[in-house]
Design a protein around this ligand. Structure first.
Ligand SMILES: [Ca+2]
Ligand SMILES: [Ca+2]
Ligand SMILES: [Zn+2]
Length: 371
């Protein structure tokens, strides 16, 4: 792969410009290929069995695992998804109960992360009608125990580190969905290469997948929200990104799109698209949820679709993606997407258009003018 896509840009493991494969980080796979998973780490064939994640974030969470030769493993019976520690093969045991609820134990981290990955897969399937990362069942391995305050997707595997204070692993629902979410962006038309805005939209798409997955799982130990990295608190400064009002976060995230967009760091540049998604899903003044500001020149208010329908629109827009996707391209794609997903529903069309106008994104080429 040309580059890895991370959770936290300031701590990005790779520079933002494309780099040759040889310059990619090596070592974290423990001798396996840095560009893929090797036969040595592939899980053994086995039967589907119920298991339990006794996680730090998710104690007593149900998971589906493999059972073979007397051992349970944190590997999906129907795909190549598995969780290993620092490049090793799938974690195994003889009980099917994984983890001890410790924030520093890496088997526990795998239990949390594996549960989260299965919830992400369930969200894709049940809410967005998508089978795996590519829509055809594709999955990828995940590894915990990276010695960095970050998490990343390298095009083939998802990799997760720890908090700055070392007390917790970066493996909750939204972080797992964020990294595997890059795999969805990669495996939709146009891939993930392009300009600065393509990378900004890729980061936003992953934050959107995280919010969708938290809402789908609806786990009482991780109530759904639109805050990014609030549960893990990687740097001890609370959420890294605030989708309903990006400028509230600790980074330099703009709330609104503007002429300077191409000069904004890619994670910070997710701000206007995250803000759009919140407005599309929840509206500007939702009951019992945070209000979301409207940028100058926007509509008086936006009424939300609900997160599930908003997710369907976003997923369909990804299917209409093209190389070097820009903000105005994404606006046009979502308006075509809402027409395709909810034909004749002018209220939904208006919500999507108002949500983009509310974050100052102008009309794009090929954009439908009416519902
Ligand atoms: Ca949460
Ligand atoms: Ca969250
Ligand atoms: Zn990312």
């Amino acid at each position: 792969m040309r580059r890895a896509l991370s959770l936290l840009g300031a701590l990005c493991l790779l520079p933002l410009i494309p780099v040759p494969a040889a310059a990619e980080p090596v070592g974290w796979l423990g001798g396996a290929s840095p560009t893929g998973w090797s036969a040595a780490t592939a899980p053994a064939p086995g039967a589907r069995a119920p298991g339990t994640a006794n996680g730090y974030y998710y104690p007593n969470a149900p998971i589906s695992v493999r059972f073979a030769a007397g051992k349970y493993s944190l590997s999906d019976p129907n795909s190549v998804l598995f969780c290993g520690i620092q490049g090793n093969g799938a974690v195994t045991n003889t009980t099917g109960v994984f983890g001890n609820r410790s924030g520093t134990d890496l088997t526990t981290a795998c239990a949390d992360g594996y549960y989260a990955a299965q919830q992400f897969g369930g969200m894709l399937r049940d809410w967005l009608g998508r089978d795996g990362l590519d829509g055809k069942g594709k999955w990828a391995p995940m590894f915990v125990g990276m010695s960095a305050v970050n998490a990343y997707w390298n095009g083939h595997t998802a990799n997760f580190g720890r908090t700055k204070d070392g007390a917790r692993q970066l493996v909750n629902l939204e972080i797992i969905a964020h990294e595997f979410g890059h795999g969805v962006f990669q495996h939709t038309p146009g891939g993930f290469d392009g300009g600065v805005q393509t990378y900004q939209l890729n980061e936003a798409s992953s934050d959107i997948m995280g919010a969708l997955t938290e809402h789908y799982a609806n786990n009482p130990n991780d109530p759904p929200d639109y805050l990014v990295a609030n549960e893990t608190n990687p740097l001890g400064r609370g959420p890294e990104r605030v989708m309903y009002q990006p400028s509230l976060g600790p980074r330099d995230e703009p709330d609104c799109y503007g002429p300077n967009m191409n000069n904004v760091e890619v994670h910070d540049g997710a701000g206007p698209a995250n803000h759009f998604f919140y407005l599309m899903a929840e509206g500007s003044s939702p009951v019992g949820k945070p209000a979301s500001p409207i940028c100058p020149g926007g509509p008086a208010s936006v009424t939300g679709l609900g997160i599930r329908d908003a997710g369907k629109v976003w997923m369909q827009a990804l299917l209409l993606k093209k190389p070097s996707w820009t903000y105005t391209d994404a606006r046009a794609a979502t308006l075509n997407a809402v027409k395709q997903t909810f034909p004749g529903d002018c209220a939904k069309f208006t919500t999507v258009r108002n949500a983009w106008t509310a974050v100052s994104v102008p009309p794009g080429a090929g954009e439908p003018s009416t519902c």
